[in-house]
Ligand binder design. Structure first.
Ligand SMILES: Cc1ncc(COP(=O)(O)O)c(C=O)c1O
Length: 448
């Protein structure tokens, strides 16, 4: 396997030449601690020099297997050739004009691609922003403006960002909200479908959520229902079949804007272009970011033309939203997704990972649930035979993976979910090796 190179020329192998983190990374970490706010966390303190395919190379010469994709961003691979080429060409031509001052074609081309790729064949329009949080904020602004209503309904375990409005929309207190209030008003939280914990069918879970909205908020006051079709930071919670359909139908019947937050689940990640595709649901608005632009900051709100156009000119925008370099990157990334069939690649990753993880669950009873779709896969860890979350074990397994050179992330309201988000271009051998390492990590940590 040592001679396998990705398109960036980086050897596709796990190869550790120092302890993790190595001495150079430790030196840089000391500099980081002296100058970077302690409020900015670090999952794994290795400093990266190059990355591509399924590996990250660090300053000490170690190469690690990447099962995080920079939190679901580098779906097309790091420094993906089409992205690099498009960015280099754009950056040499011009870097910024502000689309609201003098426009350029790349922004329009990204909006055309979004209209084509997002679910539904109705007329669609988009507005571009810099981050996922900003896209979500704007989706709420648009829905409120279009409906003349104020209430926004969100779900347990939701994650929508860290800005003031999105903190209110996000469920978990630590670390996202703690001591950062007061939060924005007119945000209402209802129960999510969480099959592992509530045992409800999708339609039954939807009845529970809808009756709460009707009793506590009132359909006529509700501007939008905002939902991640497959929840991300909350623990890769996949609602039971029928849940999304029932919620979206209720929205349509009540003039409520159904917003799908596809920032983590979108752009091939789940083995479909978008997470809602699993149920054939067509949202009124879709928020996207992360995987869309191959690592450059770009986000979008896309939706029904009449809703997107309800806002007065000048009501949406920002200095950098839809920056030309980020737009070029997105066009390169989308071309890569199409040319390399990354929808199929994501499915293939799920087909490798899910059976292996299910076998692991038989060996290690702390694995209470194995779930996810495509390349958005997780295991939830509990005290054996119960649903009591085991965050300590989750952290220990993640650490043992890191020490062996495999980057994994944790998630979940209870901190007890190990989540896997490999780049969709990761090689099969590397993926299998990462799964071997995960198994070793479980064996070491559980002593079995
Ligand atoms: C579903 C979802 N929405 C919104 C966000 C916020 O995106 P950003 O970190 O780009 O602001 C995230 C980020 O993890 C996310 O997963």
């Amino acid at each position: 396997m040592t001679d396998v190179l990705d398109q960036t020329g980086l050897q596709q192998r796990r190869h550790l030449v120092t302890e993790i983190p190595g001495p150079r990374s430790q030196e840089l970490m000391a500099r980081r601690q002296a100058t970077v706010s302690a409020g900015v966390g670090t999952t794994l303190p290795v400093f990266i020099t190059r990355a591509g395919g399924g590996v990250l190379e660090d300053v000490d010469g170690n190469t690690l297997i990447d099962l995080g994709s920079g939190i679901a961003v580098t779906s097309v691979g790091n420094a993906a050739p089409r992205v690099v080429e498009a960015v280099q060409a754009q950056v040499a031509d011009f870097t910024h004009t502000c689309f609201m001052v003098t426009p350029y074609e790349g922004y329009v081309a990204v909006c055309e691609a979004l209209a084509e790729l997002t679910p539904g064949d109705h007329a669609k329009k988009s507005a571009l922003f810099n981050s996922g949080s900003e896209a979500v904020e704007n989706a709420v602004k648009i829905a409120r403006h279009a409906t003349g209503r104020q209430a926004v309904v969100v779900f347990d375990h939701a994650y929508h960002g860290r800005t003031n409005l999105t903190m209110a929309l996000t469920a978990k207190n630590m670390p996202y909200k703690h001591r950062f209030g007061p939060f924005a008003g007119e945000v209402y939280r209802v129960p999510m479908s969480y099959p592992f914990r509530d045992g409800l069918s999708g339609p039954d879970a939807a009845v529970r959520a809808i009756s709460q909205i009707e009793v506590q908020v009132g359909a006529g006051n509700t501007a939008a229902v905002l939902i991640e079709p497959l929840q991300g930071e909350g623990g890769f919670i996949e609602p039971a079949p029928g849940f999304l359909t029932a919620i979206s139908e209720w929205c349509t019947a009540n003039g409520v804007v159904f917003i799908a937050d596809e920032i983590q689940s979108g752009f091939c990640r789940t083995g479909a272009w978008f997470g809602v595709d699993a149920e054939g649901v067509v949202p009124d608005l879709v928020t996207t970011a992360k995987g869309m632009a191959g690592g450059l900051p770009l986000a979008a709100v896309t939706g029904r033309a009449e809703i997107m156009d309800a806002v007065h000119p000048g009501g949406l925008g920002g200095t950098y939203g839809g920056n030309p370099v980020a737009c070029a990157a997105a066009l390169g990334a989308i071309e890569t997704m199409r040319a390399e069939d990354l929808v199929g690649a994501a499915r293939g990753i799920g087909e490798v990972m899910l059976p292996r993880l299910r076998t692991l669950a038989e060996r290690f009873p702390a694995i209470g649930d194995v779930r996810g779709r495509g390349a958005m896969i997780a295991v939830e860890l509990v005290r054996p035979g119960t649903t009591e979350p085991d965050a300590a074990l989750t952290g220990a397994v993640a650490k043992a993976c890191h020490a062996r050179g495999v980057v994994v992330l944790t998630a979940g309201s209870y901190g007890n979910v190990l989540r896997f988000l490999p780049p969709l271009v990761i090689g099969r051998d590397l993926l299998e090796e990462a799964l071997d390492v995960i198994e070793e990590a479980f064996a070491e940590v559980t002593g079995s």
